[in-house]
Design a binder for this molecule. Structure first.
Ligand code: PEP
Ligand code: MN
Length: 279
């Protein structure tokens, strides 16, 4: 039986933690949306995505340069070239970047380009990686292992917090169940459970949970209504040709339409998602 988390728990800190990534606040009054491709593929597409999601109200840009693919035979990402492209898009559109780290030795390099480190589902219990991310002092987006309990997830957060890095954001991305009509099963109640057990902010990734773009909006809207502090959504200029996760990527138009709906929902629960610079 795993012991309970300490540093991530409400017993340790009663008030909600707000994590700042540049000017972007996660865990504050307004839920924020992070959007971008699963994996950085080429410059023109990335710039088009950054421009479009920024206009639609996204506050941060995502994109993988180093990937944790299930198969070693699949595209593994562009590496540093991908980081350079992300930094270019970030500078041009003023969107801080979150990108995945898969190896502790890459912390220094990724920190030169990125504003936030993502630890992927398959690495949630990689303690060497958690400790390296903790020592980096960059904010960390910690995805839930798809076969891990909420307590195990919070213990993983404790590895990062133990290194003196307080800037951890949790990301629910669905867990494996017997259901196979979606890629994973979105554990929407983890939002409420985490809010009770922990002071850390929690966002939801509806894209990897759903696995199919036609289910992403429902998962996204439900998550905001359930009290998530934000969302991370995969988009593509051309989902049909995307090298990774095209089936779950929203088109840029679908993303913009979803942002308008999300704003209605958040206003309904008095937590508006900003869809433009003015609100
Ligand atoms: C991703 O965000 O592209 C990703 C690989 O997600 P996960 O680690 O949740 O599978
Ligand atoms: Mn993906």
């Amino acid at each position: 039986m795993a012991s309970s988390c300490k540093l991530a728990s409400r017993d340790h800190k009663t008030d909600d933690t707000i994590v700042m990534i540049g000017n972007v606040e996660i865990g504050g009054k307004h839920p924020i949306v992070i959007a971008g491709p699963c994996t950085v593929e080429d410059e023109a597409a990335l710039l088009e995505i950054a421009s479009s999601v920024k206009n639609a109200g996204a506050k941060m840009l995502r994109g993988g340069a180093y990937k944790t693919r299930t198969s070693p035979h699949d595209f593994q990402g562009l590496g540093e070239k991908g980081l350079i492209l992300l930094a270019k898009a970030s500078d041009k559109y003023g969107l801080p970047i979150v990108t995945e780290i898969t190896d502790p030795k890459d912390v220094g390099l990724i920190a030169e380009y990125a504003d936030m480190l993502q630890i992927g589902s398959r690495n949630m219990q990689n303690s060497a990686l958690l400790k390296a991310a903790g020592r980096s002092q960059l904010p960390v987006l910690l995805k839930r292992g798809f076969a891990c309990t909420i307590n195990e997830w919070l213990l993983a957060a404790d590895y990062i917090l133990s290194e003196g890095n307080p800037n951890v954001v949790l990301c629910e991305r669905g867990i494996r169940s017997f259901e196979d009509s979606t890629r994973f099963s979105l554990d929407i109640l983890s939002i409420a459970v985490v809010k009770k057990m922990s002071h850390l902010p929690i966002i939801v990734d509806p894209s990897h949970a759903a696995g199919y773009r036609e289910y992403v909006a429902s998962a996204a809207k439900g998550s905001i209504a359930a009290g998530a502090d934000g969302l991370m959504i995969e988009v593509s200029v051309n989902p049909e040709t995307a090298l990774v996760d095209g089936r779950q990527a929203l088109t840029l138009i679908q993303f913009s339409e979803l942002m308008v709906q999300l704003n209605h929902i958040s206003k309904g629960i008095a937590r508006s998602v900003s869809v433009s610079e003015s609100n």
